[in-house]
Design a protein around this ligand. Structure first.
Ligand SMILES: Nc1nc2c(ncn2[C@@H]2O[C@H](COP(=O)(O)OP(=O)(O)OP(=O)(O)O)[C@@H](O)[C@H]2O)c(=O)[nH]1
Ligand SMILES: [Mg+2]
Length: 342
């Protein structure tokens, strides 16, 4: 999962990136793209690892991407959005702190302002494509008959200043996937609040592809650089229940409809990330294409049932262990052993 961090200039993107990736920006980030790979905290993996004592324990991973070119707002052109086009979702950082040298925060206005930039960027792409299709038509070249009406609907939507993620039929249309529209990407809005403020500003009605939460960027950045002991005291003092990393990852998982399943053994305990409702045979492919090809059966035990039984053999005795076929929908927390044939 790759999450692209975006936001108006000075909203706190670099600060939030440091907090999320527990890194220190060496004197700013002028011009350099930054990528931070973070393991997804999951206590179930910790417990499975204690149980199996494997040679390797591998957590699921999330990548945070912060484009180096933040540009002044006026300098942002099409190229500005190119680097985030391959991200699975956008994290939109919105300034909601003031202080010396800062204008009074206007989070809702700022949120809309950046959203309009996304809308405009997509409008340019869609209109270019429409021109191209018309040219092709005149030359007698056949196009996908479904693409044109979809594209026209995109343009109508964008002209109304509505981001495509608000219209699920457009945001999900396979014919449009190739355009990687930025306003169609799921968005997690992070309001970057003052240290002593945890109120959530308004963003209007949210759709399934949108979510928002408060982060106190500066505070969390400091927190990310503390020792565990120091951090614990700090968490209590500011009544933070989980670090920003944990909270943002969890919300991103939900937003993208992602879940984890596990493989366990003496060699390796590992978490794998899939979308909800993925069939067992497709989940196999995440591990290796051979397992999908030679799929026979999936042996499945839920994490809860394993915990209740205390051990794998005991779960087998209790009958909580199941044999599932290709079309079984893998559930969050399933422990899966694939039987396959190559
Ligand atoms: N009080 C307060 N200040 C913050 C917070 N987050 C960031 N700042 C300050 O706001 C300024 C801008 O933060 P950056 O993280 O550099 O913002 P940015 O979005 O990366 O800025 P550009 O890269 O220039 O677009 C810095 O001086 C930060 O210290 C916060 O949560 N509270
Ligand atoms: Mg920055």
């Amino acid at each position: 999962m790759k999450l692209g961090i975006t936001g108006l200039s000075g909203s706190g993107k670099s600060t939030v990136f440091d907090a999320l990736t527990q890194s220190v920006s060496a004197g700013g980030n002028r011009g350099e793209d930054r990528i931070g790979t973070i393991r997804v905290p999951d206590s179930r993996v910790d417990i499975l690892s204690d149980m199996y004592n494997p040679k390797k324990t591998i957590y699921a991973q999330v990548e945070y991407f912060l484009p180096g070119k933040t540009g002044g707002e006026k300098k942002r052109d099409q190229n500005f959005w190119t680097p985030v086009r391959d991200c699975d979702a956008l994290i939109h950082v919105v300034r909601n702190f003031g202080g010396y040298g800062f204008e009074t925060p206007a989070p809702y206005d700022d949120f809309l302002a950046l959203d309009q930039e996304l809308v405009l960027a997509d409008l340019v792409v869609a209109e270019k494509r429409l021109e191209r299709l018309e040219l092709d038509r005149k030359r007698g070249k056949l196009a996908d008959p479904e693409e044109l009406p979809l594209l026209q609907r995109c343009i109508e939507t964008l002209e109304k200043e509505v981001p495509l993620r608000k219209v699920p039929e457009l945001a999900d249309a396979p014919q449009l996937r190739g355009f990687a529209f930025v306003s169609a990407k799921p968005m997690l809005v992070l309001f970057n609040n003052e240290d002593d403020d945890d109120a959530l500003p308004d963003v209007g009605d949210l759709t399934a592809r949108e979510d928002c939460m408060v982060i106190r960027g500066k505070l969390e950045q400091e927190l990310a650089q503390m020792s565990e002991e120091e951090a614990q005291e700090f968490l209590e003092e500011f009544e933070i229940t989980a670090s920003a990393t944990d909270r943002v990852i969890r919300r991103s998982y939900d937003l993208l409809g992602l879940i984890s399943f596990f493989t366990v053994g003496e060699d390796e305990v590992r978490a794998w990330t899939i979308r909800k409702e993925t069939h067992a045979v497709d989940a196999a492919e995440v591990i290796h294409s051979d397992i999908k090809k030679g799929f026979i059966r999936a042996e499945v035990l839920s994490y809860e049932d394993l915990m209740a039984a205390g051990s794998y053999p005991e779960a087998r005795k209790q009958g909580t262990f199941r044999l599932e076929g290709k079309t079984y929908e893998v559930q969050d927390g399933d422990i899966v052993h694939y039987r396959f044939n190559v």
